[in-house]
Write a protein of this length. Structure first.
Length: 327
């Protein structure tokens, strides 16, 4: 029987247990995929801790890549033997094989390796919907400045490169000089070590006091209010993660005096709610990767059985770039 990493109760990394699971045959609208690699993301931590509740027991993991083993009734865009990749609900990627909905699974070009695909789908599609679809009033154009927190992480390094390809000046924050340098090497126009510098003051200095048109913030509680202070009038704060904890309730009235600001809590799965949207976004991502404008950096590879250690490293912010689990 295939093996998978499951949780039977919420809690710390020790809850991640290797177990044998029954997979079975795909039903209508489903496929069975044999994974070659699985992606690691902070949303997996939210599921493990119960911040985003799951019915238990449950297999974790939101992205993976491998070979299609079986196709259910009604699935026409995939065939047995296809190389494929996905970022998809429901969780279940931490597994040697799984049956899953086919809607968000796309064919993988031969030029993109399985581990690259497993590392890029959720993170790359996240950057795609943020930089291309989650935009301030008037949109973004070449020469505009944006602020991106956690710029040396898996999502952040993709964003640095994608922003550079779009002609944007990305200001990236990170927690060490080494991570800042990594962001700079991947296209950040400016970098800020938030453990040594006041990022609000630095952003104001970089922008000659004007502020940025948009802040992309996956940190949450620790950066939310200061991110608002980095925005130009009518600017947008796009919150898309809670690495430091969820954003606490706040007074909506504060947005007016700060410049009639806009705030959104964005999520990938709203944007990939149809097969057509998933395919269009994946095509854009694969084009960027295939052209070499975006390179997927995998700095950590763990055997599937070591998923708990992968979570410890991720939460301790010891990782850079992307991480994958190898069944």
């Amino acid at each position: 029987m295939p093996r998978a990493i499951q949780i039977a109760a919420v809690g710390g990394p020790e809850q991640l247990q290797l177990a044998e699971v029954s997979v079975g045959e795909p039903g209508p609208g489903q496929i069975r995929i044999r994974h070659a690699a699985c992606g690691l993301n902070f949303i997996d931590v939210y599921h493990r801790t119960g911040l985003y509740p799951l019915a238990l027991p449950h297999t974790l993991g939101m992205e993976g890549a491998g070979t299609v083993e079986a196709v259910g009734e009604g699935v026409t865009h995939l065939r047995v033997g296809d190389r494929a990749a996905y970022a998809s609900q429901p969780p279940g990627a931490y597994a040697e094989a799984r049956v899953m909905p086919a809607q968000n699974v796309v064919r993988l070009p031969d030029a993109i390796a399985f581990d690259t695909a497993a590392a890029m789908m959720l993170k790359g599609l996240t950057v795609q919907y943020l930089l291309q679809r989650t935009l301030p009033q008037g949109g973004l154009k070449s020469g505009d400045t944006v602020l991106w927190h956690a710029a040396a992480g898996g999502v952040g390094l993709i964003a640095c490169q994608w922003a550079r390809a779009l002609g944007l000046e990305l200001i990236g924050t990170a927690g060490s000089d080494e991570k800042c340098e990594l962001a700079r090497q991947h296209g950040a126009a400016h970098v800020i070590n938030y453990n040594r510098e006041n990022f609000v003051e630095r952003v104001k200095a970089i922008t000659a006091g004007k502020g940025v048109k948009v802040v992309y913030d996956s940190i949450g509680r620790d950066t939310f209010e200061r991110s608002l202070d980095c925005l130009a009038p009518l600017g947008l704060l796009a919150s898309f993660g809670n690495a430091s904890g969820p954003v606490p309730p706040f007074n909506l009235g504060m947005l007016g005096p700060k410049g009639s600001l806009h705030v959104t809590r964005a999520t990938l799965f709203t944007h990939i709610s149809s097969r057509e949207a998933t395919q269009a976004m994946a095509d854009d991502l694969m084009s960027m990767v295939g052209s070499g404008k975006v390179k997927i950096r995998i700095d950590q590879r763990y055997p599937l059985a070591e998923a708990a250690q992968a979570h410890r490293d991720l939460e301790a912010r010891k990782t850079t770039g992307c991480s994958v689990l190898l069944p």
